[in-house]
Design a protein around this ligand. Sequence first.
Ligand SMILES: [Zn+2]
Length: 258
Amino acid sequence: MKLVDTHCHLFWESFSDDLPEVIARAKEERVGGMIIPSTNIETFHRARRIASDFPGVFTAIGIHPHDAAGVGDEGMEEVARAAESDEACAVGEIGLDYHYDFCPPEKQREIFARQLEIAKATGLPVIIHNRESTADLLAILREHQDGKLHGQFHCFDRPPDVAEEVLALGFYISFTGNVTFKKSRLDDTVRAVPDDRLLVETDSPFLTPVPFRGKRNEPSYLRFITAKLAEIRGVDTEHIAAVTTRNAETLFHISVSG
Ligand SMILES: [Zn+2]
């Protein structure tokens, strides 16, 4: 069974020298699908060029909370246009980040809410980034959830009770390399997510799993994350591959052969 890396920033500069090799290694490790979330309009255009060069690579359009300062009506129109095209399989990554100070929280909330409405209007799922902003983020989602919102909480690192709230809102939960870290306290959260809501991702080039922690991350390392999830959940990796690939295909309306 193929795997889907639902979150890898292949447009990042650290991939500019060896992207074909990176993608070839991913395919060898049976990563048949890779989704590149963008962070602004410029990275979306870089991502869509990569997707058109490599089969199995898909893109999403979104303004990351770090990049939301200075985005106005024109930027939102560009996001809407890209979302309406058939080039984006999701709106993302979008959300809130109160850890860094690149954009005032109020502006982050405005741009997040506007992109939720774009997702609803186009029927696309959303890819959600949340850092130290859980309460506000869930409040905004509740406000906008009318049954049409669906999507993925990427790089999930919250306790099981937050996972329950996210699941109750109808969202999928995605785990990355931090589940492999020695100090990870995510085991109970990993067990709290049912098979039909589970996704995997590398968040490349960040959050490199053990045993490559500290080096650049890449989609071929997804195998370390699926193996760890299998261990925590007491199932075999084949089962994790089967359910997460089926979920990615369902949520993002993509098809990954095999
Ligand atoms: Zn990301």
